[in-house]
Design a binder for this molecule. Sequence first.
Ligand code: NAD
Length: 433
Amino acid sequence: MKISVIGTGYVGLVTGTCLAETGNEVLCVDIDENKVKMMKQGEVPIYEPHLDVLFERNIKANRLNFSTNLKEGLDHGDVIFLALPTPEDEDGSADLKYILGVAEKIGNLMESYKVIVDKSTVPVGTSDKVKETISKKSKVDFDVVSNPEFLREGFAVDDFLKPERIVIGSSSQKAIDIMQKLYKPYVRSGNPIIIMDEKSAELTKYASNAFLATKITFMNEIANFCEKVGADVDKVRIGMGTDSRIGKRFLFPGIGYGGSCFPKDVKALHKSGLDSNYKFKILDSVIEVNHKQKTILIPRIKAFYDNDLKDKKFAVWGLAFKPETDDIREAPSLYIINQLLELGANVRVFDPEAMPNVKRKFGDKIEFSDNMYDALSNADALIICTEWSIFRTPDFKKVKQLLNQPVIFDGRNLYDTNDLVDNQIKYYSIGRP
Ligand code: NAD
């Protein structure tokens, strides 16, 4: 099929590349000229494991092309994916200006039947708004489909090529048939394509993310309580997770969820509730607990240094909001670094992929190291914010030798506490003695 993808970020680029991989002719359109220039030169503008191989292969085969021109995108594709930002607005709602702005332009430019597929995460009723916006500008026949994306950054290619499920929300059988044909190669193992109405599809995405954010937050509260009563959250987690109704995943406590999705999606669902006279009390608590959790290490660090962090030097390992991505949107590391700087401390950081993005944010307010050990030299403590594999088995002797004082504040529970005792390193983690 001929496909256009409007918005070539983490979702759009993976979608475009993976759709080209099964033989479709894909044109990716983005408003960011630099990004399009990079992609035309064969450079992947984001870090996403395994994307580079598919990207290169499909460019070579001329199945994957790039443009800044929306009209070109509309002329090329029979199916037009919208993978545009839906950031948090001031009142917590999802800002639809990108989606509706492009919908208006589509209305002006569309010359033949198109299936407009919304892949962005949008509030219930957005499909109707998109239809209305396009219809106001165009007499041409079209359909709108809600097709929320469930890929995880860091596993995005695999998630797209082998999705656990695909959700298609549409009231048009013609559009549903086209979408089923397009997605057939991705569900050969029998995972379902679930067809529903647009509103239910839109809500499925928010409900999924809000549920996962709640699960993480629940475990963070259990971990905080473990600290009060002397229990070990790792043991509690394993004890709970073996119950198949609960499951083993998403039970790891830490310094809160971040990223480009959970924080804004939880708030947007909460705000949608209020707009419909429904108060999601549980989401109120999730938002509040997570906000506090992001900087839960700070009071511990302050207590360790008798409330005086002025001119202390901290090494931070991990900046991305989670491993295997360079995405730092809403990353707990940013909150921690900001508070350390406000308290007069110096910060030196290392992350395998996210340092360029953090550099754009902090400039020379913090130092950047080329490797994880360089970050430690003469630092007063190590703080761990992201659970990259590379941090899991460090040379503790080297760590102890490089730090001014052997202290680790671990926001991701990476180490066995006994290993730290053996190495005579003071160790503070989340929910463990
Ligand atoms: P992103 O910010 O990485 O990418 C958005 C892209 O859209 C950018 O490249 C931007 O330049 C481009 N853009 C903005 N305005 C445009 C316009 N008028 N015309 C063309 N391009 C334009 O965002 P993302 O992380 O890919 O997320 C996109 C949507 O998918 C959001 O709604 C998000 O909630 C949802 N989502 C994201 C993920 C994820 O893991 N990132 C997963 C599932 C769903």
